[in-house]
Design a protein around this ligand. Sequence first.
Ligand code: AMP
Length: 319
Amino acid sequence: MFNELYESIYQAIKENQTIIIHRHVRPDPDALGSQLGLAHLIRQQFPEKTVYAVGEEEDSLMFIGKMDQVETDQYTDALVIVTDTANRPRIDDKRFSTGKALIKIDHHPDEDHYGDISLVNTQASSCSEIIADLSLYLGERLPLNTEAARALYAGIVGDTGRFLYAATSPRTMQIAAELMTFDFSASEIGQLMNTNSKKVANLSGFVLQNVEISDLGVGHIILSRDILEKFDATDSDTAPVVSLPGTIEGVMCWAIFVEQEYGGYRCRLRSKGPIINEVAKRHDGGGHPLASGANAKDLAEINQIIDEFEELMVEWSKQ
Ligand code: AMP
């Protein structure tokens, strides 16, 4: 289905000497895995090319790999590839638009159609799965290698919640199995991704004890600046706790509202059934049907989002 796009992407890679790979701000394992996985694939097959992976680093995910520094003048003649990022405002490092050509590779709903080539596969569990599928399709033209397999495996594990979420398909498992044949420890990746700092463990306990659950199965918790400070936690420390309310019996959709340093709240929205990305879009956000993000300017908007989740559950319970 994506063969023609895979061919076009391969041609673009082949024809360009400098390739700069971006992904979204506040990177998660799939953003880094798809970005670095692709970089490793190209570097191995085309050692004469200059390949950069750019963006802010995330301390807790350094085991996936490091970022490169790029001089701005390198962009003039570069092919820029953006992975795992639905819309241009979320791309980390705004220089992405200054290259010679732009390619989008993503698995989110295609809200912002950008790029000279745009490969969007919303059926894929993760962008890392797409990059692995591209490599498997191209075979000896862009073969997998150990470093790429390790990064891509981490990305798939991250976005599927270790093969738990509904987007995990038979193809996801086939690809994960292919990646596991390379010489890295899948269980080490699993352990690294399942290990949290003590402060995150303490914050996890707080979230599980304090999440409010409505009769209809909507969970929510507000992590104020005071609470974050009490646990010495940063905004990025909230990533490992996002899935926790969903482990509680009866919770169908939930929101974690993280108060931001300069005001407003980051809304981390999840569901096990009702489609929530329309709610996210109404509140300055977007994302997947069952995993979205938004922004609330104040407590009133938070209550609005909770009310909208309640309405979703009313509809859901009629089905
Ligand atoms: P997060 O809770 O930040 O992990 O976000 C979950 C998903 O929601 C991400 O993978 C993105 O697809 C999407 N998302 C998060 N924040 C935003 C935003 N501000 N705008 C659009 N999509 C977002």
